[in-house]
Design a protein around this ligand. Structure first.
Ligand SMILES: *[C@@H]1O[C@H](CO)[C@@H](O)[C@H](O)[C@H]1NC(C)=O
Ligand SMILES: *[C@@H]1O[C@H](CO)[C@@H](O)[C@H](O)[C@H]1NC(C)=O
Ligand SMILES: *[C@@H]1O[C@H](CO)[C@@H](O)[C@H](O)[C@H]1NC(C)=O
Ligand SMILES: *[C@@H]1O[C@H](CO)[C@@H](O)[C@H](O)[C@H]1NC(C)=O
Ligand SMILES: *[C@@H]1O[C@H](CO)[C@@H](O)[C@H](O)[C@H]1NC(C)=O
Length: 451
């Protein structure tokens, strides 16, 4: 009850002698608080100070942290020419800051020159959209398989941006710890992405995305290439066709950097496209391709081994497909295509680069094998093979079984090592290969049982 009186008396006492102000029954008052402003850098900001009963007093603007007077009444004081003032009658007083910069951030005070002066404050927040710090942001990268790729994206902005990683193709990011334990995430949030024990399936474009709620969000594309020794997979190692038909042999190659792929016959002559042969290389992905060799109008001289060879800067691998004749015209256009259910793995037996499987296999070890079934089939074949003719139908069926990678490698090593010069030595080596397979399968089975 006392306060209005004391203010009134104080005002009369202080201002009473000023004839201009004698009519002022009331002191000026702020009609509403000064709003806090949040403005992206480069835009304009306006503080609005609402005053009642200004009378003969004046409104001034001060930047609180630097105490720099911005404006008094209708005059701009600061030499910052981005600052302007405007007013609407005696009530609305505006401070305009054009093309806001980060140094404009801070508390602004609207003052009335009463005694004591009256003031209120509002905060100008200047927000800055994210931007990458190029010195701390990785470029494209090449890593040997099994190595570690560490890519970073450092982003600045106000507020502090969040940085996250995604794969451009939408696949999961695979993180492996020191023990090789994998964690799959679709989004990884951190400035640094470390891909330890990197696999070829991790190869590709990664996007780092920085956002802080201030548009625009920015992203950077970083390509991680994983280098490894080439690997060949063969759907069908033995391909039979009747004379006169067209037959296609195929090899699937995984290689990075890209390999040079070609076909070689037993005689070591390279197979090139001609009226007899059609050689086609098809790119499947950044590191996978399909080699297809079509032999047109099969003749007796076309029968034999065909090696597909893949060579890159890290090494070379080859694998043999044997083409044989099926008697009779009943089978038309035998082709290896379309039977992709099982691949044989042709990895080089020696060399340090050969410790990794293929993309679709490397992560899925411990396939459950029908080991005993295969063993039986192979066993029967050899037993019933006393008259020294291989039943290729039967042999093909074995290749369609689920062989373990180890067995595949052994079969394959065999066929790389052997040179088939005529059907008799071919037969011998086939039988030899089968015996090795049986030994391996038996020892596997034995191990499994004794465990
Ligand atoms: C402005 O922000 C300050 C703290 O940052 C707060 O205390 C004040 O109430 C805000 N003003 C308005 C009008 O919201
Ligand atoms: C082989 O297949 C092609 C097309 O698939 C066909 O045009 C051609 O006549 C076939 N040849 C024989 C011998 O069946
Ligand atoms: C041995 O060869 C004959 C034809 O000469 C064939 O009929 C028979 O099935 C063969 N035996 C086996 C076990 O393949
Ligand atoms: C080869 O094996 C298949 C399947 O086991 C059998 O159907 C076929 O009769 C055999 N052919 C010969 C010539 O023994
Ligand atoms: C091909 O096989 C025959 C027996 O059928 C053998 O006498 C000859 O030495 C073999 N040729 C080669 C190059 O091994």
């Amino acid at each position: 009850m006392q306060q209005p009186w004391s203010i009134y008396l104080l005002a009369i006492f202080m201002l009473g002698l000023d004839s201009k102000l004698v009519g002022q029954a009331f002191q000026p008052e702020f009609a509403e608080p000064l709003m806090n402003l949040t403005v992206p850098v480069g835009r304009d900001a306006t503080f609005r100070c609402l005053v009642h009963n200004l009378g003969g007093y004046r409104v001034g603007w001060v930047k609180a942290d630097t105490k720099a007077i911005q404006a008094i009444h209708v005059h701009v004081i600061t030499n910052n020419h981005r600052v302007a003032v405007s007013h609407n009658g005696q009530t609305i007083w505006n401070l305009h800051i054009r093309n806001v910069q980060e140094e404009d951030r801070g508390q602004y005070m609207c003052q009335i020159n009463t005694d004591p002066m009256k003031s209120q404050m509002g905060y100008l927040e200047v927000v800055v959209p994210p931007d990458f710090v190029s010195e701390e942001t990785s470029g494209d990268m090449m890593v040997p398989e099994g190595g570690t790729a560490k890519v970073s994206c450092r982003a600045k902005g106000v507020p502090e941006p969040r940085v996250m990683w995604r794969r451009e193709d939408g696949a999961d990011i695979v993180l492996r710890d020191a023990n090789g334990v994998k964690t799959k995430v679709d989004v990884y949030e951190a400035e640094v992405l470390t891909l330890a024990k990197i696999s070829r399936s991790d190869m590709g474009a990664y996007l780092c995305i920085a956002s802080n709620g201030v548009p625009p969000t920015v992203s950077k594309r970083i390509i991680i290439k994983v280098h490894f020794h080439p690997v060949i997979q063969i759907p069908n190692q033995l391909v039979g066709a009747p004379l006169g038909t067209d037959v296609t042999l195929e090899c699937y190659v995984e290689s990075s950097p890209k390999s040079i792929n070609y076909w070689v016959r037993d005689s070591n002559e390279m197979v090139i496209s001609s009226s007899k042969y059609e050689v086609v290389n098809t790119v499947i992905s950044s590191f996978e391709s399909r080699m297809a060799l079509t032999v047109r109008g099969l003749t007796a001289t076309d029968v034999g081994g065909y090696r597909c060879v893949a060579k890159n800067s890290l090494g070379e691998v080859d694998s043999v497909i044997r083409l044989y004749e099926i008697p009779g015209p009943s089978i038309k256009n035998t082709s290896a295509t379309g039977k992709k259910e099982e691949y044989k793995y042709s990895t080089p037996i020696e060399g340090p680069d050969n410790q990794f499987g293929s993309a679709d296999r490397s992560d899925d070890e411990d396939e459950k094998e029908t080991v005993m079934d295969v063993t039986d089939t192979v066993e029967n074949m050899v037993k019933t093979n006393r008259n020294r003719t291989i039943n290729y139908t039967q042999l093909n069926s074995i290749h369609e079984h689920k062989l373990s990678n180890k067995v595949r490698k052994i079969i394959n090593k065999f066929e790389i090592d052997e040179t088939f010069t005529n059907s008799s030595s071919e037969l011998h080596s086939s039988i030899h290969a089968l015996i090795v397979v049986i030994l391996v399968l038996y020892s596997n089975a034995h191990c499994t049982l004794s465990l």
